[in-house]
Design a protein around this ligand. Sequence first.
Ligand code: LLP
Length: 440
Amino acid sequence: WSRTAAKSDGVLGVGGVPLPELVREHGSPAYVLDEDDFRARARAFRDAFAGYEVFYAGKAFLCTTVARWLAEDGLSLDVCSGGELGVAERAGFPMERVGFHGNNKTPAELERAVALGVGRVIVDSFDEIERLADVASRLADARTSTTEGVGVMVRVTAGVEAHTHEYIATAHEDQKFGFSIASGDALDAVRRVHAAPGLRLLGLHSHIGSQIFDTSGFEVAARRVLALHARVRDEVGVEMPEMDLGGGFGIAYTTQDDPAEPEVLASGMSAIVAHECRALGIAEPRLSIEPGRAIVGPSMCTVYEVGTVKEVALDGGARRSYVSVDGGMSDNIRTALYDADYSATLASRASQAPASLTRVVGKHCEAGDIVVKDEFLPGDVRPGDLVAVPGTGAYCRSMASNYNHALRPPVIGVRDGKTFTVLRRETEADLLATDVGVTS
Ligand code: LLP
């Protein structure tokens, strides 16, 4: 839950706004974004990682409001598509603080990024290096900082494969991102960027995965990336000024998860880097990180209205309630896609009824349309009740779909007892606007 979430007489409020009131005003379902919580988490990363550049990973959740908060609070922004770049542009986000990611950026996206003057492009393939060098030379005249060139980081795969609650170190990596350190491709990519006129080599970038609790994965990656950094100095003759260690810090979805505080992550990372740099005899590069989930994940919850309740018998005589809500896999695909765990609570009233094993499901035409797999909710949950699911800030709205022509829910900001619309609810007209077959 976000830090201002609290129940009073069984009614859940966030940011001083009781959720039944929020739903009366804005409808259901809705994502509820706790501004104070979001900004506190963003600043906690900024402060714990003082001296680092902290990029918020926009893929977790991005809109102009959030981009403005980040700009005001001194964070940088990682975007990974032309669309996300467009949000940054619309929000007036300082472009020198934008990093542009992606394994298949189009020439048009690269042109737009270079023309806007993004601070860094993180390159991910030899094709892209060539494409970016070409764009940089064509746009060189139009750019204000022509002499500097386009800042480039080289994304490398450190041979650390991170899974949700563990990591396994592997010799090769069979996935689409980055240049392999082990194969020599990473060093080759660095040479090509260094040699390209119009590109300015900033450093190496490593991102090992997402929702990671075991921080030793970051340490192994940092060591391998620093070793390459030292090789670049020795073999290419360049001292790269920066290094990015990516995002991926895990958050608590259920009470079983126990994420590390930003200070603990920061001191662990800084110690490893300092130690390795001493051992390698290299100057410490300026570090950056890219947390997404750890900032926005806990800052939002989703509120749903219950529509139907059904009891089913399980093997062995137990029973489970299926509580159907007015959203589902279209606003939170993570349960279906990653088998993710969420929790839920009755948000609109107190209940003394004994807890009963409940599955919160959506309204989509698919048996896998599950929001919360297992939760104990009061046994008297009924149509009209509100149910809230915490921890839905990251990769829920940003991965939402219009499956079954669902209208994507609004994001309603809350602060000091007031609500404000961050993203409005989609309308049927929004969806039909793209359907140009039969008009009128
Ligand atoms: N930097 C890079 C290069 C990334 O690829 C990502 C996430 C991040 C930073 C931010 O990671 P975070 O701190 O948010 O874990 N849809 C999945 C997560 C995909 C993450 C993709 N990259 C999910 O819902 O769990």
